[in-house]
Design a protein around this ligand. Structure first.
Ligand SMILES: Nc1ncnc2c1ncn2[C@@H]1O[C@H](COP(=O)(O)OP(=O)(O)OP(=O)(O)O)[C@@H](O)[C@H]1O
Length: 252
C-alpha cells in the first residue's frame, strides 16, 4: 500500500502540488491524469525522492519514503520509467537493462574496482537476468545494439525492461505510450497488462491517452493546478464535469 497525504510542493511562486492525498492498494493500478502542468511528474518525483515536498507524507508499506535517499527507494522495490526515456544512448540494450539491475547488486564499489571473482560472478548473474527480461519483452534481437537509433516504440520497451530489472513491486510509468502509434499503444497496453500479472506489480501510471488509462487502471486520480479534483473508477472520473472542464477549459 502506498499512501500520499497532504503533499505540497512549491517552486518559487508556483504551487506545483497543493495538499494532494490518495492511496494505492497493493496489486492495483492507479492512473494519474490531468492537463499539462497539473503536477503529475512532480508527484512522481516526490515518490522517487527526486523532489522533497514542502509538506506532506509519503508512506510505502508502512515506511516513510521521504526519509530515504533516492537509491534506497529503488531497493524498497520501487522503479519508474521516464517521460523522455531514461536510457543511455551509447550503451547497448542489454547494458541499459543491466544498469537497472545494478541497483540490486551486492558487490561493493571496492570489490568492483578490483574486479574480484565475486564481482564477475555477479556480472554474469545480472547478465542472465537481463537476457531473461529481454526475451520476455521480445527484445533479444536488439540486445547488442546501442539504444540510439532504435525505433521509439522499441526504446519504450527497453525502458520498461530496465525498470523491471530493479525487480519492483511498485512500478511508476510516466507517459508510457506518449509518441506511440495507435497499433503500438494497443500492443504496449497488452504488454503492461501481462507484465503486471507476471510480476505481481502495483502500478501508478501518468498518461494522457484515455483509452490506455481506461483499459489498464482500476482507479483514476485527476490533478489540476496541483490539486486533486477527482478520484474514482475510470468511467466515473472520465464523466466528472470538473475533469471535463479542466481538460477542455470550459464548463461541461
Ligand atoms: N524544477 C522546477 N522548477 C520550477 N517549476 C517547476 C519545476 N518542475 C515543475 N515546475 C512547475 O510545476 C508545475 C507542475 O509541473 P509538472 O511537470 O509536475 O506537471 P505535469 O502534470 O507533469 O505536466 P505534463 O503533463 O506537461 O508533463 C508546472 O507549472 C511546472 O512549470
Amino acid at each position: 500500500m502506498l499512501t500520499v497525504d497532504g503533499i505540497t510542493v512549491r517552486f518559487g511562486g508556483i504551487t506545483a502540488l497543493d495538499g494532494v492525498a490518495f492511496a494505492v492498494e497493493a496489486g492495483s493500478a492507479v492512473g494519474l491524469i490531468g492537463p499539462n502542468g497539473a503536477g503529475k511528474t512532480t508527484l512522481f518525483n516526490c515518490l522517487t525522492r527526486r523532489c522533497t515536498p514542502d509538506a506532506g507524507t509519503v508512506r510505502y508499506e508502512g515506511e516513510d519514503l521521504l526519509g530515504l535517499a533516492p537509491h534506497a527507494v529503488a531497493r524498497r522495490g520501487i522503479a519508474r520509467t521516464f517521460q523522455n526515456l531514461g536510457l543511455f544512448p551509447r550503451l547497448t540494450v542489454r547494458e541499459n537493462v543491466m544498469v537497472g539491475a545494478h541497483t540490486r547488486g551486492r558487490a561493493g564499489h571496492l570489490a568492483a574496482a578490483l574486479r574480484l571473482p565475486r564481482v564477475r560472478q555477479e556480472e554474469a548473474r545480472l547478465r542472465d537476468q537481463a537476457d531473461e527480461l529481454l526475451r520476455r519483452l521480445d527484445l533479444s534481437d536488439v540486445a547488442d545494439r546501442p539504444a540510439s537509433g532504435l525505433p521509439f516504440g522499441t526504446l519504450k520497451r527497453v525502458e520498461l525492461a530496465r525498470a523491471l530489472a530493479v525487480r519492483p513491486r511498485l512500478l511508476l510509468l510516466d507517459e508510457p505510450v506518449n509518441g506511440l502509434s495507435h497499433g503500438e499503444v494497443d500492443d504496449f497496453a497488452d504488454l503492461v497488462r501481462a507484465i503486471r500479472q507476471d510480476f505481481d506489480l502495483t502500478l501508478v501510471v501518468v498518461e494522457h491517452h484515455m483509452g490506455f488509462v481506461m483499459g489498464l487502471c482500476d482507479r483514476v486520480v485527476c490533478l489540476d493546478f496541483g490539486r486533486k479534483i477527482a478520484e474514482g473508477p475510470p468511467e466515473q472520473v472520465q464523466r466528472d464535469p470538473a475533469v471535463i472542464e479542466a481538460y477542455l477549459g470550459v464548463a461541461a
